[in-house]
Design a protein around this ligand. Structure first.
Ligand code: XBP
Ligand code: MG
Length: 237
């Protein structure tokens, strides 16, 4: 089973987007809407295992502001908050304030040049993916044959659904792909869909349990396509 495609997670894997990208965008939205909610770094870390921005706001309200959820129209209000947060996040990323992690650009360029198929499997919103790719590697969105993001599936990571969705569209078996993830939640999603997975832990996920990963690497610097092919071949044995 030769390696045909690389399936990349976004937040934490391509870039450290959470602490200085998503988190301040949520906080700016809350402040602009007159809500005294504030997610400091530690609280945000506690909320991160709930993937998806709308889902994260809802989970926070369940714990701290059940009154907000009891109001009529709470779901629409959450959706509106999230849309505003997305606009703010996209502006941050488009301004070039979030760099790619070490080795990411080189590996993605090599994969594209050498004809290894590329796809994205993320819980973040599709606008955020395009903004990050275009800000960091202009024109690279087109290199990704499939972009699985946000509400494309009903159940976000750790459910395997987004990986299954991407595999269907690539028309490839899981065994011919390799996923790169940064979190235990993402690892569960990828391996749940049967995709062999390499983990590069990020700021918030260092120290999580990555059992089931093919390997855990500090980052992608120095990693070659030949390394990925060898790791993938090892998984098939
Ligand atoms: C990371 C996430 C996302 C982002 C917020 O996803 O959990 O929820 O924090 O994104 P991944 P939205 O690691 O799969 O890329 O606010 O756009 O939902
Ligand atoms: Mg991630």
């Amino acid at each position: 089973m030769a390696l045909q495609a690389l399936l990349l997670d976004v937040d934490g894997t391509l870039a450290e987007t959470e602490r200085d990208g998503h988190r301040p965008a949520f906080n700016e939205t809350f402040a602009a809407e007159g809500l005294d909610w504030r997610w400091d770094e530690a609280r945000y870390g506690e909320l991160l295992p709930v993937t998806g921005g709308k889902e994260r706001i809802r989970a926070y309200c369940e714990q701290h502001h059940p009154d907000f959820l009891a109001e009529p129209g709470a779901e629409q209000r959450i959706a509106a908050l999230h849309a505003d947060k997305t606009r703010r996040y996209v502006a941050t990323v488009a301004a070039g304030r979030i760099p790619l992690r070490p080795g990411v650009e080189r590996l993605v360029r090599l994969a594209h040049q050498q004809g290894l198929r590329l796809a994205i499997a993320t819980t973040t919103s599709p606008q955020n993916v395009g903004a990050l790719l275009e800000a960091t590697m202009p024109g690279s969105t087109a290199w990704f044959e499939v972009i699985g993001a946000g509400d494309a599936v009903a159940h976000k990571k750790p459910a395997p659904d987004i990986y299954t969705w991407v595999l269907d569209r690539l028309d490839l078996p899981a065994s011919e792909c390799l996923a790169i993830e940064d979190s235990a939640v993402g690892l569960r999603a990828a391996t749940g869909a049967g995709v062999p997975t390499v983990v590069t832990p990020s700021l918030y996920t260092a120290g999580e349990d990555f059992s089931g990963a093919l390997t855990v690497l500090d980052d992608l610097s120095g990693v070659t396509l030949a390394d990925l092919v060898a790791l993938h071949a090892g998984a098939a044995r």
